[in-house]
Design a protein around this ligand. Structure first.
Ligand SMILES: [Mn+2]
Length: 319
């Protein structure tokens, strides 16, 4: 990777905008905020930050989160440099995509193996656990100082995308980088408390209900949950409150593949897939989605029940 290109691009940049992906998670938010902070501290430049959808409550502790905007709020401004971070496919910028594509220079910082290198400048490393780790490597190679604020954001990226250092993407190098971030001022106990022990009550109640009503197929090797809009209303749950359910299903010892199918409307179903061995990014790709080997997602233009049956069919073909 030509790390110098990162420095040159930021140095040449006039007005910069950074995009996170729709339904933001700890990695896209943490790495976006870290990048914003680096551009400010090391290059003395401001940058706009864009989120699509609601920032989950648990991430309100991230330094700088109060500065994020929606694409609608910045659409009248002109940005010559646009950066996408943790965005597997550019349509995951949703209504921000037009702004990204209008920029004279575009950069793509990511770790999804399905990323096709849609930026003019690309830093895509599928071996990295998170976009935060890709950014860490860039900063490290260029000897750019990591402040405490940046360390907190990057640590959150790495922590959440490795499932708290539990997933297969946790390598010795991952832990060494996390340790360095602790040296730079990130507090592991405090950040874990924010990420894992600060859930809103509707989220925990919805999860308990979904697990109690889970479905099983293929000798219980497939575990799944279907969530209707009525379920969401019953628990007063918000969209991001479904996070964690698909991982909870994978915790069952018989589970090889788990998925959560969530009703968006009568004709649209959003799907998250997890697995222990099988490449579920293949299943997601069938429905124009993508992701990683053990964690992928897609949106199916079918009603919830039809989508569920199609998923079961495609997963069984791989087993
Ligand atoms: Mn990520």
């Amino acid at each position: 990777m030509n790390y110098q290109l990162f420095k040159d691009t930021i140095e040449k940049a006039g007005k910069i905008v950074i995009f996170s992906h729709v339904n933001p998670d700890g990695d896209t938010l943490g790495s976006m905020l870290a990048l914003h902070n680096v551009i400010l501290e090391a290059f003395s430049k401001d940058s706009a930050m864009v989120v699509a959808g609601k920032v989950p409550d648990i991430y309100h502790f991230l330094p700088g989160i109060e500065k994020v905007k929606t694409a609608a709020q910045i659409k009248e401004e002109n940005f010559d440099t646009a950066i996408a971070i943790d965005i597997a496919a550019k349509d995951r910028m949703t209504d921000g995509l037009a702004i990204f594509e209008n920029a004279k220079t575009t950069m793509n910082i990511d770790h999804h193996k399905t990323n096709n290198g849609y930026g003019m400048v690309n830093f895509v490393n599928a071996d990295a656990c998170s976009a935060g780790e890709v950014l860490f490597d860039i900063l490290n190679e260029l000897n750019i100082k990591i402040s405490q604020k940046t360390a907190i954001c990057l640590y959150t990226s790495i922590l959440t995308d490795t499932g708290g250092f539990r997933f297969e993407n946790t390598k010795a190098s991952t832990l060494i980088k996390a340790a360095k971030l602790v040296d730079f001022g990130a507090n592991p106990a405090e950040i874990s408390r924010f990420c894992y022990e600060s859930k809103p009550k509707p989220m925990v109640m919805l999860q308990a209900y979904c697990l109690a009503n889970a479905g099983f197929a293929h000798d219980e090797k497939i575990a799944y949950v279907c969530i209707t809009n009525d379920d969401m209303k019953r628990f007063n749950a918000e969209n991001d409150h479904t996070e964690g359910i698909v991982e909870a299903l994978r915790q069952i010892n018989t589970t090889e593949v788990s998925f959560v199918a969530k009703e968006i409307d009568e004709q649209t179903t959003k799907v998250s897939l997890r697995s222990k061995n099988i490449d579920v990014s293949k299943v997601a790709s069938i429905f124009n989605g993508g992701g990683h080997t053990f964690a992928a997602g897609c949106t199916i233009r079918k009603p919830l029940k039809v989508a569920k049956n199609k998923l079961l069919e495609e997963i069984e073909k791989l087993m």
